[in-house]
Design a protein around this ligand. Structure first.
Ligand SMILES: [Zn+2]
Length: 411
């Protein structure tokens, strides 16, 4: 009986393409022979996958002159000369548009910055102008656009649900709207998720399967990588720690409930408190400058923020047992001693065995890195969803027995 689905060969081809891409992401430029041995499939199977990836301009072929005399072997690397991606970040004060390559390298010199406009229509127009300018420069093919948004996003519906300081985004399908303006595939991600993907793909979490990423900005977000899998939850709301109850019957939050972590420990909460104390509107940058200059009121407010944040971090440590807790936020860059304060408080609150096994470290990637990593992750994932478990088993075989001989996927 023939029970083979007519779609199976196509799926197997996509799986092989995904494995080739992931191998090069992890091990760098490789020859077809190396891929065949490492992935455990035949040479013709690898050659077919490579050919398809060259056609779609995700890979480039280079001569390897390091192997001595004779005909040089051809190595395949992620595209950097002929292809590019565009990364867009939205912030309460400022937006940026950059070019990146498939290796996750952000071309800082390409960065266009502009103050965040007051209306959605102007925002789309600004993005269109800046991104089209970057797409035309250099003669490279643009493969996709990643957009990082500081907001709660419904990934299933591709809609912004709640933005703390840009309410005009609420209910908007900003990814689809930018796609319509640019004629490019566009993926939207929450900023904390973008940071996590970047740390995993190109930062200090390449070898860490379980980590958390605190993103302290206007609001508070949390990125989660568990067993090598990036958690979004059913609709994209995983990690919304900012709206966990911390102070019963506390201050009103932007989400409509009271006493959320955001209402006491976010940038907007600090701005609100300090504005009340000083009797005039105060932005976070001024609060940080005051703290750096030794102003005791500003220091007290930031330390109070850390005490509340530590409660949230201790919950995450106890529930998820992360190996590393990355911390992102200009507050910690401006006042590094606050990180020590936060870690000290978290250690005092979390379960000892979990917290003693957890390292705390500033995030190594920027939001711009995150937007580029997000679109790369999207391009890779659009072939076939997660194959990290399979590649982990290859790494174990590799270290224990040399390269895997087993052909698991071959057509
Ligand atoms: Zn809330």
């Amino acid at each position: 009986m023939n029970n083979v689905s007519p779609f199976q060969p196509k799926l197997l081809s996509k799986i092989n393409e995904r494995l080739v891409l992931k191998m090069i992401q992890e091990r760098g430029p490789s020859t077809r022979s190396e891929m065949s041995k490492y992935i455990g499939v035949t040479f013709p199977t690898v050659a077919k996958a490579v050919s398809s990836l060259l056609d779609s301009q995700l890979l480039e072929e280079i001569d390897d002159t390091s192997e001595g005399p004779g005909r040089p072997a051809k190595r395949l690397r992620l595209a950097s000369e002929n292809s590019q991606v565009i990364g867009i970040t939205l912030g309460g004060d400022e937006c940026t548009v950059v070019v990146g390559d498939l290796n996750g390298v952000v071309h800082e010199e390409s960065m266009v910055r502009f103050s965040t406009p007051a209306t959605y229509e102007t925002l789309l127009k600004e993005f269109e102008t800046s991104a089209k300018q970057l797409m035309l420069q250099g003669g490279k093919k643009t493969l996709g656009v990643g957009v990082s948004v500081p907001a709660v996003i419904d990934y299933r519906e591709q809609v912004v649900v709640l933005s703390a300081n840009m309410p005009f985004l609420n209910g908007k399908s900003i990814g689809r709207d930018i796609q319509a303006h640019l004629g490019q595939e566009c993926v939207i991600v929450r900023d904390s998720h973008a940071l996590s993907l970047s740390e995993r793909l190109h930062g200090n979490a390449k070898e860490i399967s379980n980590f958390a990423m605190l993103d302290l900005c206007a609001g508070i977000g949390l990125g989660l990588m568990v067993e090598g899998r990036f958690l979004t939850g059913d609709s994209g709301f995983a990690g919304e720690i900012g709206h966990n109850l911390i102070v019963p019957d506390g201050e009103m939050c932007v989400c409509g409930k009271r006493g959320c972590l955001e209402s006491v420990a976010s940038e907007w909460a600090i701005e609100k408190r300090m504005s009340g104390i000083l009797g005039r509107p105060v932005r976070i940058n001024e609060v940080l400058e005051m703290a750096q200059a030794g102003d005791q009121q500003a220091i007290n407010e930031l330390e109070r923020m850390c005490e509340y944040l530590a409660i949230g971090l201790a919950h995450v440590v106890n529930i998820l047992n992360p190996g590393t807790f990355f911390i992102y936020g200009r507050v910690f860059e401006a006042c590094p001693e606050l990180l020590n304060r936060l870690v000290e408080k978290t250690k005092a609150l979390a379960l000892e065995p979990s917290v003693s096994a957890c390292e705390f470290s500033l995030a190594s990637c920027s939001l711009q890195d995150g937007t580029v990593a997000s679109v790369i992750n999207y391009l890779t994932d659009s072939l076939v969803p997660n194959l990290d478990g399979y590649l982990s088993s290859l790494r174990q075989n590799d270290s224990q027995n040399g390269v895997s001989e087993e052909a698991l996927v071959s057509n």
